[in-house]
Design a binder for this molecule. Structure first.
Ligand code: AMP
Ligand code: ZN
Length: 461
């Protein structure tokens, strides 16, 4: 089979054909770093991490270039910095760190490149200049605007025609704009704005619009035309539509050949969002659930479909992962076999069908259990290799089973380790009453001690 992807631009599932198989390019819009991100914000990061892993598997790790940006120039950041009376960098640094920390917990690979908007002012200015030169932008008292009417096929991604936008009157009509749907490429600074949010340009001091940031960063790192551009469905209009307008009018070439959009993460049928107030921060959720459980839950729905976030979804993810790691533990000792291509790979090739891929992973776990029941060493080794290899595509099952079973906070684990050691010492001293006392105490806490030739280990049951 070949990789099939649903392309929002053509509204069809299509075979994926990169322009250059030696350099496959992927751009995904990253976060605006002005607060702690909620679980919904991580849905695109995790979904496109699976795509990144799959592309690396197909084309080779060195042949995929993935850029996921950090938006560190944006009005919300300025508001936040003013509210707290701190520098812009203090805000963006804090929340970018928190974002990276969450991504590590979710086992999301670092992208090849992580461009920050503040590092690309010259690229943005160059692109805006090209747009003015080519007659696609104009300067007013408030800034530089993209003239949507200058692009014949403006609206092709979202299917909105210019007239719809104007009739809809959703876009604020400002006197100085020629059309309601025209959008800012550069906004002139207002008197009360912090100096560290103001940049120089040939047209006056100010800052770039959000859309031009992505267009410029994508071009700089990936080229004028990229293979795949991804993001949340809410970015399709206006953000991605406007990225297309800017890049295509500046370069005379398509911005991206494939556009992928993930659906919303919902709670009780509503989009999780700050404005609705129904958000669960990932950093808070991580206090209760391991990152891998959260990742599993995020992958349990197809990326294009809405995903309803519930406590039940998390506890099911936890139960399934316990079962998967349990199977992996039973075959863990049998190393050295080559993995085969599994149903997990095939499911992902079908427009990233992660629910099917997870079902296939469970099947591999059954194979491991059957092999272990029969003590078929060869089959056990194969099952181990397949589980780890298929798990790597999904970013799951990459810990040692014992580490999974012992997960928890470090102090707590150290206390249990010490008790297990004390029991071993008691046994060595033939103090079986003490050894049994410790075993019973730990059993009462739900901890099972496993004695083996190399000493004793433990797990939570
Ligand atoms: P925002 O902070 O709202 O600009 O969102 C940052 C990123 O998270 C964007 O890519 C959004 O598409 C995505 N996003 C925000 N809320 C959700 C949600 N409830 N479900 C899925 N993706 C979301
Ligand atoms: Zn973007």
């Amino acid at each position: 089979m070949t990789l099939m992807l649903h392309n929002s631009l053509t509204r069809e599932k299509q075979p994926f054909v990169p322009m250059d198989a030696a350099r496959v390019t992927l751009y995904v819009c990253g976060p605006t770093v002005y607060n702690y991100a909620h679980i919904g914000n991580y849905r695109p990061a995790v979904a496109f991490d699976v795509l990144f892993r799959l592309l690396r598997r197909i084309y080779g790790a060195d042949h995929v270039v993935y850029a996921r940006n950090i938006t560190d120039i944006e009005d919300k950041i300025i508001t936040r910095a003013l509210e707290e009376g701190v520098a812009i960098e203090a805000i963006t640094g804090t929340y970018a760190d928190a974002y990276h920390d969450d991504l590590t917990a979710l086992n999301v690979l670092a992208p090849t490149i992580e461009p920050w908007a503040t590092g690309h002012l010259a690229d943005m200015v160059a692109m805006i200049s090209a747009l003015i030169e080519r007659g696609h932008a104009y300067v007013t008292q408030s800034g530089v605007w993209f003239e949507t009417a200058s692009m014949a096929d403006y609206g092709k991604l979202s299917g909105r025609r210019l007239d719809d936008n104007e009739a809809g009157a959703r876009v604020e009509v400002r006197e100085e704009k020629r059309n309601a749907s025209d959008f800012a490429l550069w906004k002139f600074a207002k008197p009360d704005e912090p100096e560290d949010a103001v940049f120089e340009s040939p047209w006056g001091r100010g800052r770039p619009g959000w859309h031009i940031e992505c267009s410029a960063m994508a071009q700089k790192h990936l080229g004028e035309t990229i293979d795949i551009h991804g993001g949340g469905i809410d970015l399709q209009f206006p953000h991605h539509e406007n990225e297309i307008a800017q890049s295509e009018c500046a370069h005379g070439a398509p911005l991206a050949n494939y556009w992928l959009h993930n659906g919303f993460l919902d709670m009780a049928g509503e989009k999780m969002s700050k404005s609705l107030g129904n958000v669960v921060l990932l950093k808070d959720l991580r206090e209760t659930w391991p990152g891998e459980v959260i990742r599993f839950a995020l992958l349990s729905g197809h990326y294009r479909a809405p995903l309803d976030w519930t406590e039940d979804l998390l506890s099911q993810a936890k139960t399934t992962l316990d079962r998967l790691y349990g199977a992996l533990r039973r075959v863990w000792a049998e190393e050295g076999a080559e993995p085969r291509e599994t149903g997990v790979f095939e499911a992902l090739e079908d427009d990233l069908n992660t629910p099917k891929a997870l079902a296939e992973l469970a099947r591999l776990a059954s194979e491991a259990n059957t092999a272990a029941d029969r003590q078929d060493i060869e089959a056990m080794a194969e099952a181990r290799a397949n589980l780890i290899d298929a798990g790597a595509l999904l970013g799951l099952l990459q810990s040692e089973p014992s580490a999974w079973e012992q997960r928890g906070n470090a102090d707590e684990n150290a206390r249990i380790d010490a008790l297990v050691k004390a029991r071993e010492t008691a046994r060595a001293n033939r103090d079986f009453a003490e050894a049994d006392r410790i075993r019973d105490q730990l059993a009462g806490e739900g901890i099972d001690i496993m004695d083996g030739p190399g000493g004793s280990t433990w797990r939570r049951v």
